[in-house]
Design a protein around this ligand. Structure first.
Ligand SMILES: *Cc1c(COP(=O)(O)O)cnc(C)c1O
Length: 386
C-alpha cells in the first residue's frame, strides 16, 4: 500500500473492524497494465471474473475500463448489468445453471453461455425455443490438463466436475449444429486458479491445438477461443510485487496459442485483477499466552476471509500499530472452528490489544466469500487512493 500507515490508522480510528480496505489507485493501474499487456495481439479480449469480488464500487471501476464480465450465476449477471457491463460482453459459465438463470440470461441478451454438459445444452435449447430466441454457446472443455496450484483450485483435470471431456467435443459440436435455437461460437477452458507456472498455460495451448486439429479434419467449425483465467499473484511479497505478471501471461499465450485466421481469444481474469488491491483490516482483541505458543486473537475471522481456513492459503500479515521488535504468534479469529487461523508462527511486531492488523492481498475471494456464520455481520469496505 502506498499510503503512509499512520495516516490510515488515524483515518480508521472510528471505523468498525474488521473491514476491507481497497486501494483504488492500484486497481486502476492494474487494469491499465493488464489491458496494455493484452494488446500484444489485437484479437485478445479481456473479461473480469466477477466471483473474485463483486463489490459494486469495484465492479463499476472495472466496467468502465472496457473489460467484459465472466459470471457464474444469475445474481452475478444482474450485478454485471447494474455495474454497466454491456450485455453482449457478459459470459455465463457454471456446471449448474438453473432454468430461471438461463431464462434471465437469454432475456438480458448476454454474449455467451459457456455450456458444461450435453444435458445443459438440451435444457438451453428447450428454454430458448420456448422464448423464440437463439442462445449463443461455447462449450467448456475439460482438457485433462493439471495446474501447479492448490489442490482445491485446480479445475481442468478429468476427475474435476467441470466441462465436457475433450475427446467428446466433436460430438458436442455436431449436437449443437443440429439444434434450432443454439448458435455454436467456440470453446472455453479454465484450468485452475493462482497459477504462477506459465508452462501450465502453454500445455493448455498444446491441447487446444490438438482439439482444433481434430475439428478441422472432421470439417467442424472451431469458433473462437476462451482460455479462462487463473493467473496467480505474489502473496508472499505483496509490496515488492503489487501486480501480477501480465506480461509473461499474455506473452505465453501470444507465443503458444496457434490461432486460426480471424479467431478471437477471450481471457477471464479474476484474482490477478483485484487480489492485490484489497487488505483485510482487523484489530487485536487479546494476546493470549498459550502452553507452547502465543496467540494474537483478532476480530477478523474466516467469516470475512476464508481462504486460509479453506485452502491453507498463506497471506502476509502485518501489525500496523506497533514499532516494537517482532515476536512469533499464531494469528487466529474468534470463530468456533479450529480452522479459523490466518497464520501459524507468524512474525509480527509485538502485539497489544487494539492494534490494527493487516492481512494483505485479500481483494480476491475475500469479501465475495464472506459469510454470516456465528451471526457475524458482512464486512464493510473503505476505499483509498482514489
Ligand atoms: C473463477 C473463474 C475464473 C477466474 O479465475 P481467476 O483464477 O480468479 O483468474 C475464470 N473463468 C471461470 C470459468 C471461472 O470459474
Amino acid at each position: 500500500m502506498d499510503t503512509p500507515t499512520q495516516f490510515l490508522v488515524e483515518a480508521w480510528s472510528g471505523q468498525r473492524t474488521p473491514f476491507y480496505c481497497y486501494d483504488v489507485g492500484l486497481l486502476r493501474r492494474t487494469l491499465a497494465r493488464a489491458l496494455r499487456c493484452a494488446s500484444v495481439r489485437d484479437r485478445f479480449k479481456l473479461h473480469y471474473a466477477i466471483k473474485a469480488n463483486f463489490n459494486p464500487r469495484i465492479l463499476s471501476i472495472i466496467a468502465s475500463s472496457g473489460m467484459g464480465a465472466d459470471c457464474v450465476s444469475g445474481g452475478e449477471i444482474a450485478a454485471a448489468l447494474r455495474a454497466g457491463f454491456p450485455p453482449e460482453d457478459i459470459f455465463f459459465a457454471g456446471v449448474g445453471k438453473r432454468d430461471d438463470e438461463i431464462e434471465f440470461a437469454l432475456r438480458s441478451g448476454i454474449g455467451r453461455f459457456n455450456v458444461e454438459s450435453f444435458e445443459e445444452l438440451e435444457v438451453i435449447e428447450e428454454i430458448a425455443s420456448g422464448m423464440g430466441l437463439i442462445a449463443p454457446v461455447s462449450f467448456r472443455v475439460n482438457p485433462d490438463v493439471g495446474a501447479h496450484t492448490l489442490a482445491g483450485i485446480t479445475t481442468g483435470l478429468a476427475e474435476n466436475k467441470f466441462g465436457i471431456e475433450w475427446e467428446r467435443i466433436p460430438e458436442a459440436i455436431r449436437a449443437a449444429l443440429n439444434l434450432g435455437h443454439i448458435q455454436f461460437l467456440g470453446l472455453h477452458f479454465h484450468i485452475g486458479s493462482q497459477i504462477l507456472d506459465m508452462t501450465d498455460f502453454g500445455t493448455l495451448c498444446t491441447r487446444y491445438d490438438q482439439i482444433a486439429g481434430t475439428l478441422e479434419s472432421e470439417g467442424l467449425p472451431l469458433g473462437d477461443i476462451n482460455v479462462g483465467g487463473g493467473l496467480g499473484i505474489d502473496y508472499a511479497h505483496p509490496c515488492e510485487h503489487p501486480m501480477a505478471d501480465f506480461e509473461s501471461y499474455f506473452g505465453t499465450y501470444a507465443a503458444s496459442l496457434r490461432c486460426r485466421p480471424g479467431q478471437m481469444v477471450h481471457f477471464e481474469l479474476g484474482r490477478s485483477i483485484v487480489g492485490p488491491c484489497g487488505t483485510l483490516i482487523s484489530r487485536v482483541l487479546y494476546v493470549k499466552r498459550g502452553h507452547s505458543r502465543d496467540f494474537a486473537i483478532i476480530d477478523g475471522s474466516m467469516t470475512e476471509l476464508i481462504r486460509p481456513a479453506l485452502y491453507h492459503a498463506k497471506q502476509q500479515i502485518e501489525n500496523l500499530s506497533s514499532d516494537e521488535a517482532p515476536l512469533t504468534y499464531d494469528v487466529v479469529g474468534p470463530v468456533c472452528e479450529s480452522s479459523d487461523v490466518f497464520g501459524k508462527d507468524v512474525r509480527l511486531r509485538r502485539c497489544h490489544r487494539g492494534d490494527f492488523i493487516a492481512v494483505r492481498s485479500s481483494g480476491a475471494y475475500g469479501e465475495s466469500m464472506a459469510s454470516g456464520y456465528n451471526c457475524h455481520p458482512l464486512p464493510p469496505s473503505v476505499f483509498i487512493n482514489e
